[in-house]
Design a protein around this ligand. Structure first.
Ligand code: SF4
Length: 223
C-alpha cells in the first residue's frame, strides 16, 4: 500500500472545537467545562512544524495535562519526560514549563494523539479510537517529509497502522521495536511515558532515551 502523495502546502484536518463525533467524549468535555472552566476542554491539536520528519503519536490528552493547557503532553508528568528527552536528542529547544506559551519549540518533530479528546480514566473506547482515525490519517497523508513515526503505547501503534491502511496485526507492538512499513515509513514503538509506567518500572528514563537515540540515528541516516 502507499499513502497518498503529500501536498507540501496542505494543513492536516483538525477537529472542530465542539467535535460531536464521539458522544461520550463530547459529554465528558462539557462536564469538564463546568468543573474546570479555565481548562482547554476541547480536542487538542497537533504541535510542531508541518515539515517535520518525525511524528510522535500519543494516546489521548490527559485531563490535567493537554486537556488543561491545549498543547499535547503539556502540564502533566508525561510531558516532563517526553520534552526532556526530545531536547536531549535535538528534537526540541527552549524552555519547557508546562505552559503552551513557555517558548518550547519542536524541531523536525511533531506531536499528535490517536484520540484528540480526553477520555474518562485515560481509556478511550475502541469506537472512539476508530472515529478519531480520520484526523490521524490526515496528519499522515499531509506531512510532506514524514519518515519516522513513534507510537507511544500499543493503542497508538494500532491506530498508526490503521491510519495507514494496514492491519493491526501487520506488526506487533514491542518496546523499542523498529518496523519498516510497506510505504517506506519507519514505525518505532515505545511504552507510553506516563507516570504509571515509570512508577511501576515498566519504562525507565534510560529505556525511553534509547528509543529516541534510535530515532535520531535513523533520521540522521535518512530514515
Ligand atoms: S475523539 Fe476525535 S472524533 Fe471523537 S469527538 Fe474528539 S475530536 Fe471528534
Amino acid at each position: 500500500m502507499s499513502v497518498a502523495a503529500p501536498d507540501a502546502c496542505a494543513v492536516p484536518d483538525s477537529p472542530a472545537s465542539d467535535c460531536p463525533i464521539c458522544p461520550r467524549l463530547s459529554a465528558f468535555r462539557q462536564a469538564n467545562q463546568e468543573k474546570f472552566p479555565s481548562f482547554h476542554n476541547a480536542p487538542v491539536r497537533s504541535f510542531g512544524p508541518l515539515d517535520a520528519r518525525l511524528l510522535i503519536v500519543g494516546l489521548a490528552p490527559g485531563l490535567k495535562g493537554a486537556n488543561q493547557t491545549g498543547r499535547p503532553f503539556t502540564g502533566d508528568y508525561a510531558g516532563d519526560l517526553l520534552y526532556a528527552t526530545l531536547k536531549k536528542y535535538g528534537f526540541a529547544s527552549g524552555n519547557y514549563d508546562k505552559r503552551p506559551d513557555d517558548g518550547l519549540d519542536l524541531q523536525d518533530c511533531r506531536i499528535t494523539n490517536a484520540v484528540r479528546c480526553v477520555p474518562p480514566e485515560n481509556k478511550p473506547a475502541t469506537q472512539e479510537i476508530k472515529e478519531c482515525l480520520t484526523f490521524l490519517t490526515s496528519e499522515l497523508t499531509t506531512l510532506p517529509n514524514l519518515k519516522v513515526l513513534v507510537a507511544l503505547g500499543g493503542i497508538a501503534h494500532g491506530a498508526a497502522l490503521s491510519a495507514l491502511g494496514l492491519r493491526k496485526s501487520h506488526c506487533k507492538f514491542a518496546h523499542q521495536a523498529v518496523h519498516e512499513l510497506p510505504n517506506g515509513l519507519l514505525l518505532v514503538d515505545s511504552y507510553h511515558c506516563s507516570r504509571y509506567n515509570t512508577n511501576t518500572g515498566r519504562l525507565t528514563e534510560e529505556m525511553f532515551e534509547a528509543v529516541f537515540k534510535t530515532v535520531r540515528s535513523r533520521i540522521d541516516a535518512g530514515g
